[in-house]
Design a protein around this ligand. Structure first.
Ligand code: GLU
Length: 289
């Protein structure tokens, strides 16, 4: 069976040099191994994703010289599959609803921080400080019946004890140069959200489900997602899904050493193209042969 690679952008902005590097690397790896390349549109964020960004993704990638298989998987068309995964986890007693608003969570964190530093996840966000996990069943039912929106969270301690120790073999490297066999630390993320208030899934859940449903064997992506792999390995174990091989790659940084953002005009592929930069020059701008 040929290896299966994927490039999985979110249409919440225009592509920049960082995306170009990741997409071209996946394309080159697929070509070098006689593998397949899939394109997946990660459009579950209904607020930030826009059709014009999706159209621009196809244009920019085609301009770069990429070819991918069709039909393209769009996550927004597969919400039922994510709901089924949530049901499986719920049946294992690993999911609970949490009702706090963002402001309430921020307030809880501030209260904790006034006493001592509150733990942060690998992305730097405070881990969930709320107590929804231990709400009495009747209060939970009453809140749900009242129509108040809620997110579904993973009971991390329980999930970790069910799954046991997990690891993955890293073929690239993490933010601190981690490579080879890496021990997954999903507990560092706290009780992550698996289904958001506004959509029945989340990044972690849909990426894990799609990699499995699309039979992806090679995940090649930026090292900013390195520690997310811990959560992905945990969900794969709980949902009995196969584990792909992982290769996290360096990030393309701006002149001041920061990760590129969606709004970085000067590194946007459309801006560069408009200035007359060629697709071949993009390769050398991101130091690819
Ligand atoms: N959609 C994610 C992003 O644009 C990438 C997901 C992944 O490669 O796992 O950052």
């Amino acid at each position: 069976m040929p290896p299966v690679f994927r490039f999985a952008p979110s249409p919440n902005g225009y592509l920049h040099l960082g995306h170009a590097y990741s997409a071209l690397l996946n394309f080159d790896c697929a070509r070098a191994t006689a593998g397949r390349l899939l394109l997946r549109i990660e459009d579950i964020d209904t607020v930030r994703c826009r059709p014009e960004f999706e159209t621009a993704i196809y244009e920019d990638l085609a301009w770069l010289g990429l070819a991918w298989e069709t039909p393209v998987r769009r996550q927004s068309e597969h919400l039922g599959e994510y709901r089924d995964a949530i049901k499986k986890l719920a049946a294992q007693g690993l999911i609970y609803p949490s009702f706090e608003s963002r402001a309430e969570i921020a307030k809880l964190v501030a209260e904790r921080e006034a006493i001592s530093p509150w733990p942060r996840d690998p992305d730097g966000a405070p881990i969930y400080p709320g107590a929804a996990r231990s709400l009495a069943a009747e209060i939970r039912e009453r809140l749900i019946r009242s129509g108040i929106p809620y997110a579904l969270r993973l009971d991390m301690a329980r999930a970790c004890s069910r799954a046991g120790e997990l690891n993955w073999f890293e073929r690239g490297s993490g933010p601190d140069g981690q490579t080879g066999l890496v021990r997954a630390c999903p507990e560092a993320w706290g009780d992550v959200i698996l289904a958001r208030k506004e959509t029945p899934t989340s990044y972690h859940l849909s990426v894990v489900m799609d990699d499995a449903l699309q039979a992806v064997t090679e995940v090649v992506r930026g090292s900013d997602l390195f520690w997310s792999t811990s959560v992905h390995r945990l969900l794969q174990a709980l949902l009995e899904l196969p584990q792909p091989r992982y290769r996290h790659h360096r990030l393309v940084l701006d002149d001041s050493g920061h990760k590129l953002s969606k709004s970085t005009g000067s590194t946007g592929l459309r801006e560069l193209r408009a200035k007359g930069v060629t697709a071949r020059e993009i390769r050398s701008l991101v130091s690819l042969p």
